[in-house]
Design a protein around this ligand. Structure first.
Ligand code: SAH
Ligand code: SF4
Length: 382
């Protein structure tokens, strides 16, 4: 990607209209041109201005001089034995600093295909069981970089309409490889709210990528004000990294709990708009041996979540070098799940995917850590 040029991906329709006018498109035509561009960017997924057939040659030349389309650069693509794919992507520096690398993971299942998207390089939080938490926060990803992960994955998986199909056609919803998007990669999405919001609103656009609100899930460690804003401004599905049922334990596992304790977090969950049995909040719960995996914990979980349309994702802990934690015994996890299911709380056990390519939760690495050591960038607070 040419770093001196502004990428078009990630701009909303209004911003795109302003950019078009800045290269001489008359105000009256701007709307029509925005629609054309939008189609090429988000329905066809083109990565070359010359493919934009109904845009005149002169305008294409103008656009090419000032902008790039903005598909990310792939450093590496890995495919696991179970079909999971992982891309290592490189983004140019923003202002001062070095290029950064992040990972995006695609997980195919029988009834869906889920893309796991990152929101930051590193994370400013320090959850003690999470590998990302041990890494420095480098920077927020821009809206274009967040959206670019979806664009790139769709491109690689063949989800965009081919160039040979009728230009009047809107992308079919059936048969897409990526049906679901989860903001569960690296970073805390609610500490990068504006960019995450902008990217998701573009991904939801009915005349573009057309993802469904019920099939996008934003996962947060519990940034309470951001949960309220998500419910009002983005309205996607919510996942909470809960991991503990008591403040004293959650303070250690998920230290942001000291700022937003369980009572405030649960209050925000109860108030989340549009909840029903078909639209539940997912509570993620990592199973840590001897730490949070007793039947007492299971009982407290049921009490804590009483009355909230909820589902618990039980995640077997993925160990990493240097961690003090161990994964619970399989039979303990099964007992824990059985207790919750018995009390009417659906509690699927998430089987790790893509183990051979290190694609599981909390294993996404940050190459930029090495770059950072050289550059010695200051810490960025969320
Ligand atoms: N920062 C956000 C989203 C990214 S983490 C959040 O914390 O919600 C995605 C999920 O993976 C979170 O629930 C996180 O707690 C969990 N996770 C992190 N490290 C893990 C590990 N080593 N094993 C299992 N799950 C882990
Ligand atoms: Fe950051 Fe989420 Fe990891 Fe906590 S679990 S350190 S919030 S990425």
């Amino acid at each position: 990607m040419d770093e001196s040029k502004q990428p078009l991906i990630g701009l909303n329709r209004e911003q795109l209209g302003q950019e078009l006018q800045s290269v001489g498109v008359p105000a009256k035509q701007a709307r029509m041109r925005v629609n054309q561009l939008w189609h090429w960017l988000y329905i066809r997924g083109v990565d070359d201005f010359d493919e934009m057939l109904n845009i005149g040659k002169d305008l294409r030349t103008e656009l090419r001089q000032k902008y790039t389309i903005g598909h990310p650069e792939i450093v590496e693509e890995q495919i696991s034995a179970d079909g999971t794919r992982k891309w290592l992507l490189r983004f140019p520096p923003r202002g001062a600093g070095a290029p950064v690398e992040i990972e995006t993971v695609y997980i195919p299942e029988t009834d869906r295909g889920t893309l796991c998207v990152s929101s930051q390089v590193g994370c400013s939080l320090t959850c003690t069981f999470c590998h990302t938490g041990t890494q420095k926060m480098v920077r927020n990803l821009t809206a274009e970089e967040i959206l670019g992960q979806i664009m790139l994955a769709r491109h690689r998986l063949g989800d965009f309409l081919g160039m040979d199909s009728d230009p009047g056609i809107i992308a079919p919803l059936e048969g897409r490889k990526i049906s679901n998007v989860v903001m569960m990669g690296m970073g805390e999405p609610l500490f990068n709210f504006e960019n995450v919001k902008q990217a998701l609103l573009i991904a939801l656009d009915n005349d573009g990528l057309c993802l469904s609100r019920r099939r996008i899930t934003l996962s947060t460690s519990g940034v309470v004000p951001g949960i309220y804003r998500t419910g009002e401004e983005v309205k996607v599905m919510l996942a909470i990294s809960l991991h503990a049922t008591r403040d004293e334990l959650r303070d250690v596992l998920v230290p942001i709990n000291r700022k937003y304790p369980l009572e405030k977090l649960i209050e925000a969950c109860r108030a989340y708009p549009g909840l029903s049995n078909a639209r539940r909040i997912t509570f993620e719960y990592v199973m840590l041996k001897g730490v949070n995996d007793s039947l007492r914990d299971a009982r407290e979980l049921v009490e804590l979540l009483a009355g909230i349309p909820a589902k618990i994702n039980l995640i077997p802990f993925n160990p990493w070098p240097g961690t003090q934690y161990e994964c619970s015994e399989w039979k303990t996890i099964e007992k824990f799940a059985a207790y919750l299911n018995d009390k009417g709380l659906p509690a699927p056990i998430r089987t790790p995917r893509g183990r051979d390519i290190l694609a599981a939760c909390g294993q996404l690495k940050s190459e930029s850590k090495k770059l950072l050591a050289k550059q010695d960038l200051p810490l960025v607070e969320g």
